[in-house]
Ligand binder design. Structure first.
Ligand code: EPU
Length: 423
């Protein structure tokens, strides 16, 4: 039976929270591990549904997966078989597309279904496919399945029309065993890309330049198992920082890399949020008055599109007018409709939202239409008067590790209920 999340708003939160390993790194590191010829140990695995889905895909591929500890996976592809991935599980998340690059790189052949993930408007994968083709692969699409194959992958220069995170990682994975040098120009620079390149290099790959817009990959013949610890989740960290700015008396957010959050932290400073930034933590204390700001989402190191949604909920409490311009996914505004149900004053334009505040939000029945909309509903639920009921909680569980427990420890009144659905 489906679950709803309920939050009684109006409580000030206090205490410390520790951020988990990065979802968007983890979901690429797990497929990347199959490129090795021995066991890969990954530590810092977040407790999220996307990890369960990827583990299921690994099992289909006869990859041995052992959970040694709650956050500690050993992935052993020694007896792996390259089977067709046409099961429903593949469509449950976006990141299943990383098996395209990994299996193509390892076997020169992959057949799999279209990936799924949050609906944020159209999310094409043309740049991934063009990259594979540039390396010498042919791609065909038939009855919902992609077949990508190559007799031999040969390194080449690939210019990405858009600095896509997914395409950069997928091409990197396809190129690790290719003959000669692959150069990705206009590569995405997100920290998760550096994390994946670090894992691959520990396995024996020769990748240089990850984190800049030119990445070179010199092909190798063999990759070994290794040990890797995932970077902290900058989006989970950003979400808790926003929660703290909204409802904390005093909150410490531990296990963060502040540099990964520069764009958010400087916006919050501009809003007047009272915070102290340390080497690996940030402390936020209650602020009475917040100022409205303008935000434009950009690829890293610009303001992350994934934080635009939770920030919108906070901006309903800021004085004056705020504006959000979304340049990555221009339809990523479903959270605004849900916030309007709670009383927010938001005007939607094409690709932008104008928020006028401060407004008192009232508890309502709302929907997590996608993962970060869910995060925005949690922020709003904590802020509002009365009880908020969030449906489609599975979206939140896809990407936030134990969010209810973390919030409860900080003093939030948050719980889940199962609901009857009319047939
Ligand atoms: N794009 C194309 N063609 C492609 C690939 C991308 O036109 O072949 C466009 C997209 O439509 C979008 C832009 O390029 O307008 C950037 O997309 P990108 O490929 O960078 O996004 P992604 O790899 O699909 C990852 C994260 C998203 C995050 C974006 C942007 C994962 C699994 N997902 O998606 O995370 O919003 O980068 O930073 O890493 C989330 O965590 O909630 C989430 C949606």
């Amino acid at each position: 039976m489906p679950e709803v999340m309920k939050i009684e708003g109006g409580h000030l939160l206090e205490g410390e929270v520790t951020i988990s390993g990065a979802k968007n790194a983890t979901v690429a590191l797990i497929p990347a591990a199959v490129l090795a010829n021995g066991p890969v140990t990954i530590v810092g695995i977040p407790q999220i549904a996307d990890v369960d889905s990827l583990s299921e895909i690994l099992q289909i591929l006869k990859v041995d997966v052992k959970e040694i500890d709650r956050d500690h996976l050993v992935i052993d592809p020694s007896n792996m078989e390259n089977t067709t991935l046409d099961q429903d599980i593949v469509t449950k998340l976006r990141a299943s597309y990383y098996f395209m690059g990994a299996l193509l790189g390892k076997y020169g052949y992959v057949k799999m279904q279209m990936p799924g993930g949050c609906y944020l408007g159209p999310r094409p994968i043309d740049l991934h496919l063009k990259g594979f083709e540039a390396l010498g692969a042919t791609t065909t699409y038939d009855k919902g399945c992609y077949t990508i194959e190559a007799k031999k992958l040969v390194g080449t220069k690939i210019f990405l029309d858009i600095a896509s995170v997914g395409a950069t990682i997928n091409i990197m994975m396809a190129a690790v065993y290719a003959e000669g040098r692959t150069t990705i120009e206009n590569a995405a620079k997100e920290p998760e890309i550096i994390d994946v390149a670090t894992l691959l290099n520990k396995m024996g790959a020769r990748i240089r330049g990850a984190g800049t817009n030119v990445i070179t990959i010199d092909g190798v013949n063999s990759l070994n198992g290794c040990f890797h610890e995932i970077i902290p989740d900058r989006i989970e960290a950003g979400t808790f920082i926003i929660i703290a700015a909204a409802v904390a008396k005093k909150m410490v957010i531990n296990n963060i890399i502040p540099q990964h959050l520069d764009a958010l932290l400087s916006k919050l400073q501009e809003m007047g949020v009272n915070m102290t930034i340390d080497v690996d933590k940030v402390t936020i204390e209650h602020t009475d008055k917040l100022k409205g700001v303008d935000v434009t989402t950009k690829p890293y190191p610009g303001f992350a599109t994934d934080l635009q949604q939770p920030l919108t909920a906070l901006l309903t409490q800021a004085e004056g007018e705020s504006r959000i311009d979304e340049t990555i996914y221009i339809e990523r505004f479903k959270h605004c409709i849900e916030l309007q149900r709670m009383g927010a004053n938001i005007e939607l334009l094409n690709g932008s939202a104008i928020i006028k505040g401060p407004t008192q939000l009232d508890g309502a029945k709302v929907q997590a239409t996608d993962l970060r909309c869910g995060a925005a509903m949690v922020v709003a639920g904590l802020l509002c008067d009365g009880i908020t009921e969030i449906s489609n909680v599975y979206h939140i569980d896809r990407g936030y590790s134990e969010i209810d427990e973390k919030l409860k420890k900080l003093g939030a009144n948050i719980w889940r209920e199962t609901i009857e659905v009319d047939e």
